[in-house]
Write a protein that binds this ligand. Structure first.
Ligand code: GLN
Length: 210
């Protein structure tokens, strides 16, 4: 049976929560799909979409390089595969990375999303917080944002669309096949962002089947 295949980069971080949110979304949309943990490069060619979960961006990037995943994922995303980067995932996708305390970092990254991010912008673990937020998807959606050592997007390129702001901070963006949030939708019960992402993956799947 024809189904869409969503991968969760499974190196470190919120892997299980993303698997559950994606499955819940498939069920709600009555979409025939599978979710796979991605931890080796043989699984990449079949993917219709990839979620890079929150966690620790330096660890995820280093181990993805060791497992020779980063370059292959980069190529696939460059060829149009939808990707959803959450918190550390947003950092990993970005072109320019600063840290609130130490300034410019030289951490390994994918260099795909034309934004500058500031890591740990909202403070340390103990400064984690929840806030009501609004996201511009097909229409304006009200939801909750959970922020855990989250980055803020401090600059965007011309090709990048702002989907959400919290006060003056940009917290969600889209650039063609890339969406990214500095907050954690997998920790709320609201799957609007997963629905949005899965519809991107469905379109990609339909186009690559022709
Ligand atoms: N501050 C973390 C990092 O730089 C991201 C935190 C998160 O994903 N919740 O990787």
């Amino acid at each position: 049976m024809d189904h869409i295949n969503i991968g969760i980069l499974s190196i470190q971080g919120d892997v299980e929560e993303n698997i559950l949110a994606t499955r819940y979304c498939f069920k709600k949309l009555s979409c025939v799909g599978v979710v796979n943990e991605i931890n080796n490069d043989t699984q990449i060619s079949k993917l219709d979409g990839l979620i890079i979960p929150g966690g620790e961006s330096t660890t995820i990037a280093k181990l993805s390089t060791v497992y020779q995943l980063l370059k292959k994922l980069q190529n696939k995303i460059n060829c149009g595969m939808p990707v959803f980067g959450i918190c550390a995932g947003l950092i990993l996708l970005s072109k320019h990375i600063n840290d609130k305390k130490i300034g410019q970092t030289n951490q390994i990254h994918m260099d795909l999303l034309d934004v500058e991010v500031e890591r740990n912008h909202f403070g340390r673990q103990q400064n984690s917080f929840e806030s009501d937020i609004e996201i511009m998807l097909h229409k304006m959606i009200k939801t909750k944002g959970i922020f855990i050592r989250s980055p803020s997007i401090t600059k965007i390129g011309t090709n990048v669309q702002i989907l959400s702001k919290l006060y003056d901070n940009i917290i969600a963006v889209r650039q063609n096949n890339i969406i990214a949030t500095s907050f954690h939708p997998e920790l709320t019960r609201d799957i609007v962002l997963y629905e949005y992402f899965i519809s991107m993956a469905q379109k990609y799947h339909a186009n690559t089947q022709i």
